[in-house]
Write a protein that binds this ligand. Structure first.
Ligand code: NZQ
Ligand code: ZN
Length: 390
């Protein structure tokens, strides 16, 4: 194992009924003014809003609402929320939603207290901010990103056409409440998209050095098998509590830093999706589903031993009669078949992206190139991948 330091500052409450049981007590630790942040209104339809408001009322809070946080949250929306937080002297931000709401809240928690240009100094030039953001608590309503237990936030600057993320440990929520039954109302398309995002996070970590036997990869293999099993079960029966609760915790485990320990990590596929998202506003998990097989077909030779291990240990492919390269390719094709099996898109066209409506060369050229990949891509190759995915 490589050297590492581990810390995770989020106190996490998991299980049916956890909001009613704990939110009131948790909120009492903070001042009177709460900024309640949510998305387009799903929480008003499924009863979550009423349950949260009841707990905040019991805790004696003044609640300011900030709604309409969109998927792929924008920097403009962050600034709007930060203004509201300052005007109302907010003591606690409470985000109720999926990754977009949680990420937007983290960005608001920084922008609300920072005097300078938070885009220039934090998002565009990582490394020079060192201060305490406003405290944040989150209630997860859609599983996938794992944002609930890390300091990461992904924000889109529409003007500059940049979607970028950063993990600032002080942005870790102070507390996270995860009630799997809240995710029952998530539409199937988003449920599958979130589940695939989780699988993608695990693969982005697993397919990186070091490749010697290590605890992080062992846990990653177990998590990948779990996500595949639970997604199949949840697609078959969306009200399967066991499957939905596993998917919720698998999402958190994928991104709470535990399986990153000692690993270099890749995340090249995420960089490609983020560039695509900045230009097209595509759904995050669906963008990843289209790109992953094409990306892995390109790099699996360079990481053949690990891809072969993935085929056997994660997908149960028989190694008999196959060379290491054949086995590696079989693992990638098993992934591609699974994407189709769970009804996800496999081409950019299915996402509404065509060369006529999107300048794919500009998208490719704006993509960050990572150093942790088994084989470092060039911008030309990223453009070729986009073309292959059409
Ligand atoms: O807005 P509402 O009405 O709430 O509807 C949402 C939204 O339309 C709906 N939804 C959420 N909970 C629901 C529900 N509908 C019914 N019942 C419920 N219980 O789901 C839709 C999508 O929500 P969103 O939060 O956008 O999805 P997701 O959780 O996939 O988050 C995507 C964002 O997270 C970023 C992505 O790039 C994207 O911007 N990511 C954040 C990461 C992080 N912070 O660590 C890592 C990821 O790799 C990712 O980049
Ligand atoms: Zn992701």
């Amino acid at each position: 194992m490589n050297n590492f330091i581990f810390e995770n500052a989020t106190k996490t409450f998991f299980g049916k009924g956890c909001v009613g049981e704990y939110l009131c007590c948790l909120a009492k630790h903070y001042g009177k003014n709460v900024l309640l942040c949510y998305g387009g209104g799903s929480i008003k339809k499924n009863g979550v809003y009423d349950e949260v408001m009841e707990s905040l009322r019991k805790a004696g809070k003044n609640v300011t609402e900030f709604s309409g946080i969109m998927s792929n949250p924008t920097y403009q929306k962050v600034l709007e929320g930060a203004r509201l937080a300052r005007e109302n002297q907010i003591d606690l931000i409470l985000g109720v939603g999926g990754g977009s709401v949680m990420d937007c809240c983290k960005a608001i928690s920084l922008a609300a207290v920072y005097e300078g240009d938070v885009w220039a100094d934090f998002w565009a030039r990582p490394g020079i901010i060192d201060f305490e953001p406003l405290p944040l608590g989150v209630i997860v309503t859609a599983a996938g990103t794992g944002s609930e237990m890390n300091g990461g936030a992904v924000i889109t600057n529409e003007e500059l056409k940049i979607k970028t993320g950063r993990d600032y440990p002080r942005c870790n929520p102070k507390f996270a409440l995860l009630d799997p039954s809240y995710t029952f109302s998530v539409p199937k398309r988003q449920m599958v998209s979130g589940g695939f995002d989780t699988l993608s996070h695990i693969m982005e970590i697993y397919f990186s050095r070091p490749d010697e036997e290590n605890v992080s990869d062992d846990i990653a293999e177990g998590l990948m098998r779990g996500v595949i099993r639970d997604l199949r079960a949840a697609v078959k029966d969306p009200l399967d509590y066991t499957a939905r609760s596993n998917l919720m915790w698998e999402a958190t485990m994928a991104e709470n830093r535990i399986i990153k320990l000692g690993k270099q990590t890749d995340f090249q596929c995420h960089m490609m999706e983020h560039s695509l998202g900045a230009y097209t506003d595509c759904n995050h998990g669906e963008g990843l589903a289209v790109l992953h097989p094409a990306y892995y077909r390109r790099i699996c030779e360079a990481g053949a031993e690990k891809f072969a291990r993935f085929a056997v240990r994660v997908w149960g492919v028989s190694p008999e009669g196959k060379t290491q390269e054949e086995l590696a390719r079989a693992g990638v094709e098993a992934l591609a078949d699974f994407i189709r099996e769970i009804g996800m898109p496999a081409t950019l066209k299915e996402l509404g992206i065509t060369p006529e409506n999107t300048d794919l060369l500009a998208v490719a050229n704006s993509c960050a190139i990572v150093s942790g990949s088994y084989r470092k891509l060039s911008h030309e190759e990223i453009y070729e991948i986009f073309r292959e995915c059409l």
